[in-house]
Ligand binder design. Structure first.
Ligand code: CTP
Length: 209
């Protein structure tokens, strides 16, 4: 059953996925199978398949109401009880859930990454270790522009419009204040080798207990 849940939060395109994936990839082969698993908060964006596409493009995806955090909490509690879960999959180009799910087993260590994990106090209670990736916002913006155009099927004008309308204001309203709920603040995200090694050592230590 899942004993330790590690949350990795921070601005959009701050490097949360790279930080998380690096830890996972470097540990997965040296640990017994089922020791570690990853899930993304983005998988818990609300299903919007009942809405026309044009409406879905208008959603504020950086506000807590865009997520089904109750389902995420329920899933974390199931993992703690030793039950597997079916994690939704999300389609950024269609702005809704796709029909497939991904089975996640109750690994001893679970890492979860997402923008608003530490801004929800009920959800935060589920986390044993809370990390905030603190990357300068201009670097995040550059990465987001490149990623959204290359990987999420967006145009430059749409990225600029969304950034000004919701991404930036919601960062200041919800994400940045949540930094104070973190146990550890990591500069430079996936590039911070020392922070990656510290979390890896902690995971190995927890697995020996
Ligand atoms: N988002 C979007 N359209 C949707 C759903 C989400 O543009 N239909 C955007 C939101 O605006 C939010 C972002 O997706 O800001 C959340 O993903 P992000 O944290 O950027 O992705 P990660 O890959 O997890 O981030 P990182 O680069 O830090 O690894």
């Amino acid at each position: 059953m899942t004993r330790t849940i590690i949350a990795i939060a921070g601005a959009s395109a701050s490097g949360k996925s790279l930080f998380t994936q690096t830890i996972y990839n470097e540990l997965v082969n040296e640990l017994e199978s089922g020791a570690i698993a990853i899930i993304e908060e983005d998988a818990y964006y609300k299903d919007q398949s009942h809405l026309p596409f044009e409406h879905r493009t208008q959603t504020n995806y950086d506000h807590p109401d865009a997520f089904e955090h109750d389902l995420l909490r329920q899933h974390l509690e199931q993992l703690r009880r030793g039950e597997s879960i079916e994690v939704p999959t999300y389609d950024y180009a269609q702005h809704t859930r796709s029909s497939e799910t991904r089975t996640v087993i109750p690994a001893k260590i679970l890492i979860i990454e997402g923008i608003l994990l530490l801004s929800d106090s009920a959800l935060s209670e589920e986390f044993d270790i809370k990390v905030f990736i603190d990357t300068p916002l201009d670097i995040c913006l550059l990465r987001r522009m490149q990623r959204d155009i290359e990987q999420r099927g967006r145009s430059l004008p749409s990225v600029v419009e969304q950034y000004q309308a919701t991404v930036r204001p919601m960062f200041y309203q919800f994400i940045e204040p949540s930094k104070h709920n973190a146990d550890l603040v990591v500069t430079r995200g996936g590039m911070n080798r020392v922070a990656i090694d510290i979390i890896k050592s902690k995971i190995k230590y927890l697995l020996q207990e």
